[in-house]
Each structure stands twice: as structure tokens, then as C-alpha cells.
Design a protein around this ligand. Structure first.
Ligand SMILES: [Zn+2]
Length: 276
């Protein structure tokens, strides 16, 4: 093991641990030490999002884990200790650890559907002084942060990756018109990714203060949902990034014949979408 001089002293560290629904505690927990293939990261940016809120309310996550659950699954930091056998990384490297890595051996992995891996390794615990990154994530999904990119921005990589993957599934060509329903963080990232590809984007949201942000990120038009005429939109691509049954129905009304709809925002399993 290769300890950095900047490592805090002591055998414990502060960490946020979820113990049940709405029961998040800041605790002293054992400071992790990396085993073979693992690295330890001093966390410098950790994010919250809609998924974190859901986990906090429910007290668990179906795949990421059950309480006591180290909290937070997105972030970035600097490696401060490296386990045996790790050659690609060293102490001082700035990195984004992804929060999962597939097994490469199961039925779903064999079909190339690694995001549906039946034996996924998950990583939570970004809301802590330090984070132990499992060997499988080090080997597959530990990303160096390029010089000039600050860690707070780099921490958005996982979120952005979901949008890039969604955009690969439902591509839009330069000059086409896309409607993005929802101006939360993910909707705004969609606006950025699409506009950067030369797509004309209409952003539709509920919060007026987000309209200026959507325009700054490249939206040609940003309107409130009450001012949006779905039936007249005739979009080549509609991205639903609001996660409500109403937005799902609106997405189907907004698309032109032969267009594409990406139902990106998740719904509860028992949600019902009205006939648009
Ligand atoms: Zn697998």
C-alpha cells in the first residue's frame, strides 16, 4: 500500500450512512485501506440527485444496497492510497469512479447488455472523507480527470453518461427538431448534448428560472409547460426527462409521424399513462 502524505490521521473517518427511510446519519466509520486491485479516493466532490432523494425516502435501493448503506453514488476525488497490483493509477491521480461495474460473464453481459448485468458490483459512499473503490471498478470504470477540468464538473460524468447513452439509442441529426420535456439536471444535460450536435432544441419545463439556463446551454426555445402546444410540436425527437405520467403522454403527442420518443425519465412500476 502506498499512503499519501496528505492522508488524514486516525483509523476512523466521517461518513454519511443511511439507516432507513429518511434516517441519514453522519458517523465515524473505519477508514478503509485498499486491498489488492483497489484504490482509495479522497472525495472532493459528491453529488445528490433524484435517485439520492428516492433512496433517502425509501431507505434503500433495490440494487445498490440496503441499510446501513454508505450514502452517495456520484462524485470525484484524488487517489490517496493504492492497493497491490494496481499499475494504471497512482497516488495523486484525480479520478471519477463510476458507481458500478459488470461481471463480464453472466447471461446479460454475454449479450452485450452490461448495464443489466446480473452480478453487478456497486459503489456507494461518496459522502465520506474517503472512498474505497472495488477492484472491478478500478479495472473497468475508474476514469482519469484531464488537466483543466475541475472535480466538481467531472463529478457529473456518470449523469452525463446516461444522457450520452440515451442519445446514442435515439439519435437526432443536425438540423432536426427535438423537444426536451423537463428542465431538471438531466433535461438540461439533454439540451446540451443535443444542441452540441446541431439539433434545434425546444426545452419545456415547469420552472421559469430554468428557461434562461436552458437557453444558455443551447436551447433555441425554452417555454413553460403551460405555453407549450404539444399537438403542434411535430418534433423529430422527443425526450421525456420529467419522469411523470403526464410528461410521458405529452411526449407521445409532441412527436411527428415517424419520429422518435425517448422515455428517459423513469416511472413507478404501478404508474399509469393516460391515452394521449
Ligand atoms: Zn454480468
Amino acid at each position: 500500500m502506498n499512503d499519501a502524505g496528505a492522508t488524514p490521521d486516525g483509523n476512523t473517518m466521517r461518513a454519511a450512512v443511511l439507516h432507513g427511510p429518511r434516517d441519514l446519519r453522519i458517523e465515524d466509520v473505519p477508514r478503509p485501506a485498499p486491498g489488492p486491485g483497489e484504490v482509495r479516493v479522497r472525495v472532493e466532490a459528491a453529488l445528490t440527485g433524484g435517485t439520492c432523494t428516492k433512496i433517502w425516502r425509501r431507505g434503500y435501493h433495490a440494487t445498490m444496497g440496503r441499510p446501513p448503506l454508505p450514502f452517495g453514488h456520484e462524485g470525484a476525488g484524488t487517489i490517496d492510497a493504492v492497493g497491490a497490483g494496481v499499475s494504471r493509477f497512482q497516488v495523486g491521480d484525480r479520478v471519477v469512479p463510476a458507481n458500478s461495474a459488470p461481471c463480464g460473464a453472466c447471461r446479460m453481459c454475454a449479450r452485450g447488455m452490461t448495464a443489466q448485468c446480473e452480478d453487478m458490483v456497486w459503489l456507494t459512499g461518496f459522502f465520506a472523507e474517503q472512498l474505497l473503490v472495488p477492484a472491478r471498478i478500478v479495472a473497468q470504470h475508474l476514469h482519469p480527470v484531464p488537466p483543466g477540468l475541475d472535480l466538481r464538473t467531472a463529478a457529473l460524468s456518470e449523469t452525463l453518461a446516461t444522457v450520452v447513452k440515451g442519445s446514442d439509442r435515439t439519435p437526432a441529426r443536425r438540423g432536426e427538431h427535438a423537444v426536451v420535456l423537463g428542465t431538471g439536471p438531466l433535461g438540461l444535460l439533454w439540451v446540451r448534448v443535443l444542441s452540441a450536435s446541431g439539433v434545434r432544441v425546444t426545452a419545456v419545463g415547469r420552472r421559469p428560472e430554468r428557461e434562461a439556463t436552458a437557453r444558455a446551454l443551447g436551447a433555441d426555445t425554452a417555454v413553460g409547460v403551460e405555453d407549450f402546444d404539444a399537438d403542434a410540436a411535430q418534433a423529430d425527437l422527443v425526450v421525456e426527462a420529467a419522469g411523470t405520467p403526464e410528461a410521458w403522454a405529452m411526449a407521445l403527442r409532441s412527436v411527428a409521424p415517424g419520429g422518435r420518443v425517448n422515455l428517459f425519465g423513469g416511472l413507478r412500476a404501478d404508474a399509469a399513462v393516460a391515452d394521449p
